[in-house]
Ligand binder design. Structure first.
Ligand SMILES: Nc1nc2c(ncn2[C@@H]2O[C@H](COP(=O)(O)OP(=O)(O)OP(=O)(O)O)[C@@H](O)[C@H]2O)c(=O)[nH]1
Length: 312
């Protein structure tokens, strides 16, 4: 009666139940496992666990099981440590990144009357849903994190994130020394582009400029949209001479790029101000102010030019 009751329950639960003996032979295999593996208990019971499941991580699992036999204490393997132990297909209709069921496995010692552990019960819980939702959540968090750093129009760093990075680079130079340069640039007569060709044309120029810029920089450099039509570039490990070379390269690239909108070629140039880190600067804002002052000079000098900041 009791045995029947146990069997009924074990075959009804929505969990895999498998019992092995100290020779690693399978003594019990419940209905959940039959359904999910497509293998009847007649084909499984009496066979060695590692022969039936060659995919199991033999050395580590053997050690785990031997520990349960010897110490008589339960142990656990979660899907977060190892996504699955047994290659059992899952029944989730939505595709996940694995064809196998994610699992939480518990290893429970089964003792005889003398208190000797002669079997271990392995309980396999299907954690595919939790695992799936967790990975969805991680993806969403990563997207949110990226969008909080990105300018919606140009898809480069937004001002907050860009300035944060400049602050970090500035602090690094302050502490450890080294080179750091900053380029600030602004589109020339951008108001006229908006006024003559429309706001959409203006937006296209901003997007294209950001894309050209990104393609020209090293991975360590960081371009960001500082304001409406003003951009900044942080150049770590770069002195003023090198930064001026970069600035001129960008200026020439924008000057020679054909910006087309509704079959019309838009006149696009930029003016740039460049400065480098020196220990007399109090903070990163001083660097921005210096690069801005040089940019202002570039505008005054007729635009489409790069100017390096000089102390008066
Ligand atoms: N299309 C578009 N225009 C913008 C955006 N942000 C700022 N602007 C425009 O950029 C223009 C900036 O104009 P000004 O500051 O007068 O400068 P400018 O015409 O570029 O002249 P200079 O800088 O002196 O060469 C303004 O007309 C703003 O409306 C944007 O996201 N999209």
């Amino acid at each position: 009666m009791t045995q029947n009751l146990h069997n009924t329950i074990l075959n009804q639960v929505n969990t895999g139940v498998l019992v092995i003996n100290s020779d690693m032979e399978i003594d019990y295999w419940n209905r959940f496992l039959q359904v999910h593996s497509g293998r009847a208990k007649e084909d499984i019971v009496g066979r060695n666990l590692f022969d039936v499941f060659p995919e199991l991580p033999k050395p580590s699992l053997r050690r785990k099981l031997q520990g349960v036999f010897l110490l008589g204490t339960p142990t656990f393997s979660s899907w977060e440590q190892r996504r699955h132990l047994f290659e059992l297909p899952h029944s989730r209709p939505i595709t996940t990144d694995s064809e196998f069921m994610a699992q939480n496995c518990s290893f429970l010692p089964l003792k005889d009357e003398s208190g000797q552990v002669n079997q271990v019960c392995i309980i396999i819980e299907d954690a595919t849903d939790v695992c799936y939702f967790q990975s969805q959540l991680n993806d969403t968090m990563a997207k949110l994190e990226k969008s909080s750093r990105t300018d919606g129009l140009t898809q480069i760093a937004n001002r907050r994130y860009w300035e944060e990075r400049l602050t970090i680079e500035f602090a690094r130079c302050h502490r450890h020394g080294g080179e750091l340069s900053l380029i600030m640039f602004d589109l020339d007569k951008f108001k006229s582009i908006n006024d003559i060709y429309g706001h959409q044309a203006g937006d296209l120029v901003l997007v294209r400029t950001a894309a050209e810029l990104t393609s020209m920089l090293r991975t360590a450099d960081l371009a960001g949209r500082y304001g409406g039509e003003e951009f900044g570039i942080v150049l770590p490990d770069t002195d003023l001479t090198q930064a001026m070379v970069v600035a001129e390269r960008i200026r020439e690239k924008i000057e020679t790029t054909v910006f087309e909108f509704n079959d019309k070629v838009l006149p696009v140039t930029i003016s740039l101000g460049v400065t480098q880190y020196d220990s007399s600067q109090k903070n990163h804002e001083k660097m921005i102010a210096q690069a801005d002052a040089a940019l202002y000079k570039a505008k005054e000098s007729g635009r489409n030019i790069s100017i390096a900041f000089e102390l008066e």
